[in-house]
Design a protein around this ligand. Structure first.
Ligand SMILES: Cc1cc2nc3c(=O)[nH]c(=O)nc-3n(C[C@H](O)[C@H](O)[C@H](O)COP(=O)(O)OP(=O)(O)OC[C@H]3O[C@@H](n4cnc5c(N)ncnc54)[C@H](O)[C@@H]3O)c2cc1C
Length: 512
């Protein structure tokens, strides 16, 4: 069948209705784009997306993103389950484990949150728990409300692009759009069709997530146990995670994960003769770490696991993918609306690729000290000592929860490139609440007429907000991008460059 040559009905086709594809659909629809999501599965439901398998730790950038789009309140699971990451009463809970690095516990009492600059009192949590199903349900509802078309049971098989359009094929059925974004997970067809290089390191282990009945669970030690053969952890009765340093052989073999196999692996790793009565559900994964060397090839873009994969140690993949979306969504929408130069899209790769590379290295570092060999054990002991110090724990927690995330946007002000603090204006309004429409904001604490005039010159692209704040951290004014990143700041120590020049990097006003 031949592709049609009419003007495409959609601005963007997204391949994959996972959390990243759905969130991107919401961001693009918020930016007035016509969006079609194609998802290969007929049914979004899967036990692997529900607790305990589907548990996902959300970190600060994700929590802020959801807050800035008015979605945070819709998350329910963290309200009824004890949040393992944030202590309501830190002084009474100093010994509570709030995370880990390579299985080494991170204790609440060792973390000094005051070291994280620009966090205002009343800022949202730095971490909380959710599940895949919960997130996907919330994002699907929002996407549909915003007018996104979601077609399930349509597998993308091929992508062709011209200078102006893309044709996305599902077997012999073509779909036309101006752009396609591959959010189709680790085995992304869009990535392969787009000819993206996907480079990195091969796995060292097969990871198992299992729900099993154990005849003699007392033979297993509680908590996370790194042994001379690998790692096992029973976090709740019958929910057992295992790491077997087999070079990823079992996962790659595609063999069935039988009760007998899990029992053999668990016995070997735990050094016990534990017996499994029933296997309910089991899945495997590895620490293969790869990243697309470019996130854009012409009209084809990648986000989420389609752009980068790594071991789930420390739980960062979903957060990384949702961070891609916050960065890409408003830029692609602005280019489609012809309000921004197409070159703005190249900043997506420039800003997000280094963040992805850091996460891949973070997961590799953990694998390196979990290896069942004497050198890794020796290094692990040293790292453990460091994590038991205040500075060590604060650094590790800050990295895991995204507290140090910063884009290199140039300029001298230390806030440039960072997430904007959730300032509260004198009338009680918080900045996050002003960001629900996804617009860029020029926030002026000094009510400066020249800033107001400048904002007017970029009407429909930025909105001007002025007012006194309860605590303005020594700032006079800020330019806040739709993704919540500070593009320019003035006051206190410095101003981060010429504001007009910075605005012109983002916006093209010649089309008006
Ligand atoms: C055991 C485990 C624990 C984890 N824990 C955490 C955690 O705590 N925190 C965290 O941040 N991350 C965690 N992760 C990682 C996280 O789950 C992933 O990074 C995240 O799901 C990626 O989202 P995505 O939308 O990019 O891809 P996916 O969730 O894989 O979604 C891709 C979608 O695309 C669809 N699709 C695939 N191919 C096609 C096609 N050809 N055509 C159409 N549709 C297609 C799929 O059906 C799927 O719906 C964990 C991962 C594992 C395995």
């Amino acid at each position: 069948m031949k592709a049609t040559t009419n003007q495409p009905s959609y601005d963007v086709i997204i391949s994959g209705a996972g959390p990243v594809g759905l969130f991107l659909a919401c961001e693009l629809a918020l930016g007035q784009c016509r969006v079609l999501v194609l998802e290969k599965e007929h049914n979004p439901e899967s036990p692997l997306k529900r607790l305990p398998f589907g548990i996902r730790g959300l970190s600060s950038p994700t929590i802020e993103a959801l807050l800035r789009r008015g979605l945070l309140e819709e998350l329910e699971i963290h309200k009824r389950l004890k949040n393992p990451h944030v202590s309501a009463k830190p002084q009474q809970d100093a010994q509570r484990q709030v995370g880990h690095f390579a299985g080494i516990p991170l204790l609440e009492g060792n973390i000094d949150r005051s070291k994280w600059a620009y966090r205002l009192p009343g800022s949202p949590d730095t971490s909380l728990i959710s599940e895949m199903a919960e997130l996907e349900t919330i994002l699907t509802r929002r996407a549909e409300t915003l007018g996104v078309a979601i077609r399930r049971g349509v597998r993308v098989t091929r992508v062709d692009q011209t200078g102006e359009n893309v044709t996305v094929w599902s077997t012999d059925q073509p779909f036309e759009a101006k752009w396609i974004v591959g959010c189709d997970g680790s085995r992304s067809v869009v990535r392969k069709a787009g000819g993206f290089a996907f480079e990195g390191t091969e796995p060292e282990f097969t990871g198992y997530t299992t729900l099993i009945d154990i005849v003699d669970p007392e033979k297993l030690r509680p908590g996370r146990n790194v042994t001379s053969k690998g790692m096992y952890m029973q976090s709740q009765p019958g929910y057992v995670l295992i790491q077997d340093f087999d070079g990823g052989a079992f996962h790659n073999s595609g063999a069935a994960i039988t009760r007998e196999h899990i029992q053999a692996v668990l016995r070997r790793i735990s050094g016990t003769d534990v017996t499994i009565r029933t296997r309910h559900t089991a899945t495997t994964w590895t620490d293969r770490a790869r990243q697309a060397s470019q996130y854009r090839n012409g009209r084809i873009l990648l986000a989420g696991d389609a752009a980068h994969i790594h071991s789930p140690l420390g739980g960062q993949g979903l957060n990384l993918g949702l961070g891609d979306v916050m960065n890409l969504g408003w830029k692609l929408a602005a280019v489609i609306r012809k309000q921004a130069p197409e070159a703005l899209l190249d900043t997506y790769h420039a800003e997000r690729h280094p963040i992805g590379a850091q996460v891949l290295d973070w997961s590799r570092a953990q694998v390196a000290i979990m290896r069942p060999d004497p050198q890794a054990r020796a290094l692990r002991t040293i790292v453990q000592d460091l994590i038991d110090t205040g500075d060590g724990a604060t650094y590790i927690a800050g990295r895991v929860w995204g507290m140090y995330t910063r884009y290199d946007l140039g300029g001298h002000h230390p806030l440039t490139g960072r997430s904007v603090p959730d300032f509260q204006l004198a009338d009680g309004t918080k900045i996050a609440a002003l960001m629900h429409d996804g617009q860029m904001i020029l926030l002026d604490f000094e009510e400066n007429p020249s800033l107001r005039a400048l904002a007017n010159a970029y009407a429909r692209r930025i909105k001007y907000v002025s007012g006194k704040a309860k605590d303005r951290l020594g700032l006079d004014a800020l330019l806040i991008r739709p993704d919540g990143i500070v593009a320019w700041a003035s006051g206190g120590a410095a101003a981060s460059g010429d504001l007009t020049e910075i605005l012109n990097r983002y916006w093209d006003v010649t089309e008006d």
